[in-house]
Each structure stands twice: as structure tokens, then as C-alpha cells.
Design a protein around this ligand. Structure first.
Ligand code: IPE
Ligand code: IPE
Ligand code: MG
Length: 250
């Protein structure tokens, strides 16, 4: 017997954002509330990120871009900055073999010039080890700032003597040629962009969660995706223009 209805355990493909970007905020508060050092919150944040990458792959998201360390995070206490650098190196050596076998391609986005040789080598190795993967592109923004990104794109064009237009700048941005994020999530309760993807988020749907990043689990990500699925993306047009044409009744 042919089944007339098929149960769908996951949302329909069209309602899944192709590209999700996340400001993973709230690690420090998660730790402080437990009388733990802030770095313990960052470690817990790596666990949440591992689960998030896996869940994005399962849901059919094709690109995940996370904010891991901003241009401004250098202004934190030196022990927290060195703790974050150390954590990145340790997490990469531990996680890359798993990510490689799960079809995840890792890419680092940001200014590498200020990073130590150890951290930089870790990035290069992680990228090389996963370069052939195609299931999910995982962009890690590290020492990244939206203003830096626009400035480096303009500098690249100027050095080549190319005219600066919207299109040429777009092609020179650090995430190019990847499409812009469809959904931008920020955890931790703050409602600001904090110098994340200033250029690329021009038309992203924004979603703010009060959950601290270490608590942002698969169910929370599904809630964000479900919220996204309800949005009407108009890109400057009217609602009528973007709604699918309704059938005329004869
Ligand atoms: C985000 O969590 C992680 C980084 C900025 C590296 P925070 O460390 O900013 O956590 P809160 O905002 O202090 O709770
Ligand atoms: C944004 O979080 C940067 C990252 C998540 C890496 P912050 O905690 O640094 O942002 P502000 O300073 O509260 O705006
Ligand atoms: Mg914060």
C-alpha cells in the first residue's frame, strides 16, 4: 500500500537557512554564575559549538559562520586572551579529525598577522586537512572585525588599481564568494552586532536569544530556524511582490 502522507521529522528544505552566522556570546557569564573562571565558560562554549556544527549538518545548513574572537577582544585581561588562544589550538588538534570525517570544511576568517606562529600553523593545518570536504562549510571568525573586513577589501582593490564599487568590494570581502548569511543569531541577551559581519549582514534575518552560548543546544537552534521559517524576506520589495502567485479560480 502506498502511503499518502509521509511524516517529516525535519522542517521542509526551503525553510532551512543556507547560511547561518552566530555571535556566540555569554560564555563568561555562564562561568561567573557558577563561580568558575571565565576560561571555563569558553571551554564549555567549545562543547556547545561542536554540537551546533553537528546539528547544522544534520539539518541541511550548508554554511555556518561563527564569531569566536573579535578585533576588540584583545582588550580583555591578558590571561583571558592567552586562555582563548590556547583553547583554539587545543580544540583544533582535538576536533579536526572528527570534523574531517563528518564532511566539514574549516575556514578561518580574520586578520592572521597578529596571531602567534603556533595558532597560525594550527589554522593552516585545519584548513588543509578539511579542504576537500563539501557537506558543511564552517567559517571561524577569529581576530575578525567587520570594519577590518571592509578596510582590507578596499585596500586589496586599491593595490590592484581596481575601481571601488559595491560589486568589486563584495568580491573582495573575506567571506567571498560565499553567499551572505540568511540568519544571524546572537546569544547572551545583547542586541547589538559588535562589529561582526557589517557588510554581509545587510539583509540577514536577525534572531536574539537570551540563552548564554554554552546553553544554546540543538532545541534552541531549531527554535531559531523555526522562527526564520516564519519570516518574509522582502529585500526592499512589497509583501505582494514576494508572495507566491495564488491560483485564479476559474
Ligand atoms: C563570548 O562570550 C566569547 C568571546 C567573546 C570570546 P563572552 O566571553 O563575551 O561572555 P560574556 O558576554 O562575558 O558573558
Ligand atoms: C562579541 O562578543 C564577540 C564574540 C562573540 C567573539 P563580545 O562579548 O565581545 O561583545 P560586546 O563587547 O559585549 O559587544
Ligand atoms: Mg560577551
Amino acid at each position: 500500500m502506498v502511503a499518502m502522507f509521509q511524516a517529516s521529522p525535519t522542517p521542509a528544505v526551503s525553510s532551512i537557512p543556507h547560511h547561518i552566522a552566530i555571535v556566540m556570546d555569554g560564555n563568561g557569564r555562564w562561568a561567573t554564575r557558577r563561580y568558575l573562571p571565565r576560561v571555563a565558560g569558553h571551554k564549555k562554549g567549545v562543547d556547545a559549538l561542536r554540537a551546533c556544527v553537528r546539528h547544522c549538518g544534520e539539518r541541511g545548513v550548508k554554511i555556518l559562520t561563527v564569531f569566536a574572537f573579535s578585533s576588540e577582544n584583545w582588550n580583555r585581561p591578558p590571561e583571558e586572551v592567552s586562555g582563548l588562544m590556547e583553547l583554539l589550538a587545543v580544540a583544533l588538534s582535538r576536533e579536526v579529525p572528527h570534523l574531517k570525517s563528518e564532511g566539514v570544511r574549516i575556514q578561518f576568517i580574520g586578520d592572521r598577522s597578529a596571531l602567534s606562529d603556533k595558532v597560525r600553523n594550527g589554522l593552516v593545518q585545519a584548513e588543509a586537512a578539511t579542504a576537500a570536504n563539501t557537506r558543511l562549510v564552517f567559517n571561524i571568525c577569529f581576530n575578525y572585525g567587520g570594519r577590518w573586513d571592509i578596510a582590507q577589501a578596499a585596500a586589496k582593490l586599491a593595490a590592484r588599481g581596481e575601481p571601488i564599487t559595491e560589486q568589486s568590494l563584495d568580491r573582495a570581502m573575506s567571506l567571498a564568494p560565499q553567499p551572505d548569511p540568511d540568519l544571524l543569531i546572537r546569544t547572551g541577551g545583547e542586541k547589538r552586532i559588535s562589529n561582526f559581519l557589517l557588510w554581509q549582514a545587510a539583509y540577514s534575518e536577525l534572531y536574539f536569544s537570551d540563552k548564554l552560548w554554552p546553553e544554546f543546544d540543538a532545541a534552541a537552534l531549531d527554535a531559531a530556524i523555526a522562527d526564520y521559517a516564519q519570516r518574509e524576506r522582502r529585500f526592499g520589495k512589497t509583501s505582494q511582490q514576494v508572495q507566491p502567485a495564488t491560483k485564479k479560480v476559474a
